[in-house]
Write a protein that binds this ligand. Sequence first.
Ligand code: SAM
Length: 247
Amino acid sequence: MSALQRRFQQARGDERLALLEGFHALKHALRFGAEVELVAAADPDALERLAAELAPDLAGRFRALAAEPVPAELLATLVPRAPRTRVVALARRPPFRMPAAGPVVLLEDPRDLGNVGAVVRVAAAADAAAVLTTGMHDPWDPAALRGAAGLHFALPVGRAHDAALAGRPLLALDPDGEPLDPARLPADAVLAFGTERHGLSDALLARADARLRLPMRPGVSSLNLATAVAAVLFAWRLSGAGGEPAR
Ligand SMILES: C[S@@+](CC[C@H](N)C(=O)[O-])C[C@H]1O[C@@H](n2cnc3c(N)ncnc32)[C@H](O)[C@@H]1O
């Protein structure tokens, strides 16, 4: 095993690090201020050309980080899924800090890491304050980072704990709730979404200050988890309550 392979293998078990697969994940990490420790690219010059085309704000950064080309066969062994753009990286996870304002997305025990990634991505786009998860999965798992295109660096993402949520209204998003009026969502709400198969737990529903639903055509049971988060966050944004993104 090469030193590079050992470095990436160790990083997978290290909760202080994030494993980035592909150009877009690295682009977002750099754009949102990640501390990038290591970049391995099969063709650093091609990467820089891609940056000139797709991320001119980051011109020069990729070439500076990816020193020597790494053979594509070796690169493919470093990460769970080799990206087409043939670049992978390690970055430090920022410490989780709960923002004072803005709606927080809480995912209760999500099972599909693709959904977790899609939620982080849409939460970043809608300018939500943070994404928190409960349950078995690390929200910084490489599969979630892949689904989020590295946007974990654009807002706080972490595991939920009661102290972080205390003092905020807890709103349960549930297909059996009352109709949602996005213009009336409290600015500091915790918006809780349930697990893909069973929805929100009885314990969370009992604690919630309100139970709210998105309207659906009769016969449709529920929306996909990430789609439900997207619909709620953008309904909130478009209602005018969210304003224009500050960043
Ligand atoms: C795939 S759904 C879970 C379906 C589950 N059988 C249920 O009845 O809740 C995952 C999560 O998305 C959210 N969701 C889906 N459709 C929704 C709707 N129409 N209104 C509000 N939330 C919804 C809920 O938080 C739900 O727990």
